[in-house]
Design a protein around this ligand. Structure first.
Ligand code: GAL
Length: 679
């Protein structure tokens, strides 16, 4: 895991700032308000290409110079974006071939944003040029906190440039058409290729796509966008700018990037995170995003955007209460974020996202939303010492690791699986949620990582696995590790070809089982298992081949047959879940397993009181973040100081919705629900 010890020296607070839509008197007011709220960082220029380069090769940076000077004078730093996520109308007029084409052949027009064909040479050249221009001009500005290359890479093009670039990528990968034909099993359905030029992106076609082609196209897109990012990064470096370079990932709605390799190519890893639930499950989502990004980064990271007061979900905006804004921000920071940045500073009065929440709402500063922003700014200043990482760089301790595999996601998006309702991200998320509910800290790992520090490693639906992946897991188990493999893992090789002879392919030996049938369940149907567990979506007819059954199916065609098995291997054990446990059963299963393995929550009993307890390790001390999502006042007793209030942590009273960040003098904590009547 590459380490990115990104340390800006203080917690960064602020967000995307799009001053070009406002007059200068509003800028002056903005800066006064930023100072009031202790905002110290904004991101500029994210979608400003048309203003920065109004005609090809002609630049106009008067407004940018002006706003940067105002910000700098006020002590506010900035990330500067390269604006390549939104090519201007003149660009598409001059290079219509650089517009993206959808899978169904529709060529998009400009008029929104993110309308680029990533492989179009004109687009790549123009992107390099504007990146170099900005880097030459601003690369050594003392207020520059870092480079924000592009924005959320992810427009997928199926047009002629993509087709050519895809073929180039495939030639590098397979060398010969024979190898491609074999890997994609093109003998089926008369797909055999005898000309490279016949090979296409998975465009709209009559019926099912070739699954290996579909996954290769995903891999290609991640690599292609990475190359485009690296070209811009090279221009920035060549300009002599030494400011860290990042590009903001996007979760959770789509996933076009293989984040591990992308993280290796950045100086700081950053992410935009938008809640997928306005209620308590949104809190688990903050934790999920934070754990993922910290793991990709191998250390501290940047929250580049989060939703301010409104949460846009589907066709409406639901309100995010001010206390939730504060809790969410601390949730990310607890998990290693060096920032709490938002989209966006001031709510737009017009334009495409004018109903999106912002730090300064339409109502202006006289609003409880802005009051919460001021409060958050104050809290971040008082806890800012947490940014200093410990000397070993490890801001976080976890005994449990979950495998994250972007390809697992991509594979489950190919159609015609045994159950197309299976979603990789839901699967990973559900497991992470169970551990969150038990108060257990989690890291994510990639195949091949050193697992020796973990006591439990969980593999959720990693459909395609190599022999090397299986050997990696086996040696961990032999050495004393505990692995839980969830269904639909190890089924196929890296070309999406099923490993025949029984599921789960390369993991059969490690798990000591052989499954001969996958039996998907209809939507909404559950199966009763032993130990009062229930499952859904998926089941398998499993034969024991060395393993023992821990839990059997209790009903249906598989009644009496193993559902959950365990195989002792060397000094460790490998458990197989052949079915999808419902969330409640999954919660119980992992809570019990952690107890059996002696894996402790961060603070025992916290989760039962509705408290999220997260420990962030720092240079001067360790910090216990307590985020109260429950409904009863809680008394906290232990040794330390709450940096939010300055109060001693002995007898600290935490209101529902409240937060504490305790500089710990010891790790012994007692929590108790307070009885308001004092009885
Ligand atoms: C992000 C994007 C921002 C803004 C925001 C609104 O994905 O980077 O520019 O559009 O969504 O939710």
């Amino acid at each position: 895991m590459t380490q990115h010890p990104y340390n800006p020296g203080r917690l960064l607070f602020g967000g995307d700032y799009n001053p070009e839509q406002w007059s200068r008197d509003v800028w002056v007011e903005d800066i006064a308000l930023m100072r009031r709220a202790a905002v110290n960082t904004v991101s500029l220029g994210i979608f400003s290409w048309a203003l920065l380069e109004p005609r090809e090769g002609e630049y106009d940076v008067t407004w940018l110079d002006d706003i940067i000077a105002l910000l700098h004078e006020a002590g506010i730093g900035f990330f500067l974006a390269t604006p390549t996520a939104s090519p201007p109308p003149w660009f598409t007029r001059a290079y219509p071939d650089a517009l993206p084409v959808r899978a169904d052949g529709t060529k998009l027009s400009h008029g929104s944003r993110d309308t680029y064909a990533i492989s179009a040479p004109a687009y790549r050249d123009a992107s390099r040029r504007i990146a170099r221009f900005l880097a030459d001009r601003y690369g050594s500005h003392p207020g520059l906190r870092g480079w924000h290359v592009h924005n959320e890479y992810g427009t997928i093009d199926y047009g002629p440039h993509a087709a050519e670039a895809f073929r180039r990528w495939l030639r590098r990968k397979y060398d010969s058409l024979d190898a491609l034909n074999a890997a994609w099993v093109t003998a089926f359905w008369s797909q055999h290729y005898d000309e490279w030029n016949d090979v296409l992106p998975p465009r709209a076609t009559q019926y099912l796509h070739n699954p290996a082609q579909a996954v290769d196209f995903k891999r290609f897109n991640s690599d292609e966008m990475l190359e485009a990012y690296l070209e811009q990064k090279a221009e920035i470096t060549a300009s002599g700018s030494t400011a860290p370079v990042t590009t903001n990932f996007m979760l959770p709605t789509w996933n076009h990037l293989e984040q591990w390799s992308w993280s290796d190519a950045q100086d700081a890893v950053s992410i935009d995170h938008y809640l997928d639930d306005p209620g308590i499950d949104g809190e688990t989502h903050v934790a999920y995003c934070g754990d993922l990004t910290r793991s990709w980064a191998g250390g501290p990271w940047l929250l580049m955007e989060q939703n301010a007061i409104g949460i846009r979900m589907g066709d409406r905006t639901s309100l995010k209460e001010p206390d939730q804004t504060i809790r969410n921000s601390l949730g990310y920071i607890a998990r290693g974020s060096q920032s709490s940045l938002f989209f966006q500073w001031r709510a737009s009065a017009g334009g495409s996202e004018f109903w999106h929440g912002a730090l300064v709402p339409h109502a202006g500063e006289a609003s409880r939303a802005f009051e919460a922003v001021v409060e958050l700014g104050g809290i971040l200043e008082s806890i800012s010492e947490v940014v200093e990482p410990p000397t070993d760089g490890r801001t976080f301790e976890a005994d449990v690791a979950i495998l994250w595999d972007a390809e697992g996601w991509w594979s489950t998006e190919t159609p015609h699986l045994p159950n197309d309702a299976l979603s990789y991200s839901d699967e990973v998320r559900a497991t992470h949620r169970s551990l969150w509910r038990a108060g257990i800290s989690v890291d994510f790992v990639r195949a091949g990582d050193d697992l020796s520090r973990y006591r439990l490693v969980i593999i959720p639906s990693m459909f395609a696995m190599s022999e090397a992946d299986a050997a990696w897991l086996t040696s961990y188990v032999r050495a004393g590790g505990q692995v839980v493999v969830q269904f639909f893992s190890g089924i196929a090789d890296m070309n999406q070809r099923v490993i025949t002879g029984g599921y789960p392919g390369v993991l059969r030996e490690l798990l000591g089982v052989r499954a001969e049938e996958i039996r998907p369940l209809p939507d909404g149907e559950t199966l009763e298992l032993g130990e009062e567990h229930y499952s859904e979506l998926w089941s398998e007819r499993v034969q024991l081949d060395g393993a023992t059954s821990v839990v059997d199916y209790r009903e249906g065609a598989l009644a009496g047959l193993p559902a959950i098995t365990r195989n002792d291997v060397g000094a460790g054990a490998a458990t197989y879940l052949s079915t999808r446990l419902t969330q409640r059963s999954r919660d119980r299963f992992y809570a019990r397993l952690c107890v059996d393995l002696g894996i402790e929550p961060v603070v025992s009993g916290a989760a039962d009181l509705g408290l999220e307890a997260v420990r962030r390790r720092g240079a001067a001390a360790d910090y216990l973040f307590l985020l109260h999502h429950g409904s009863e006042r809680v008394t906290v007793s232990g040794e330390g100081v709450d940096l939010v209030t300055g109060a001693s942590a002995t007898g600290l009273s935490l209101e529902p919705g409240g937060v504490a960040v305790i500089r710990e003098s010891s790790r012994e904590w007692m929590l108790a629900a307070e009885n308001p009547s004092g009885e």
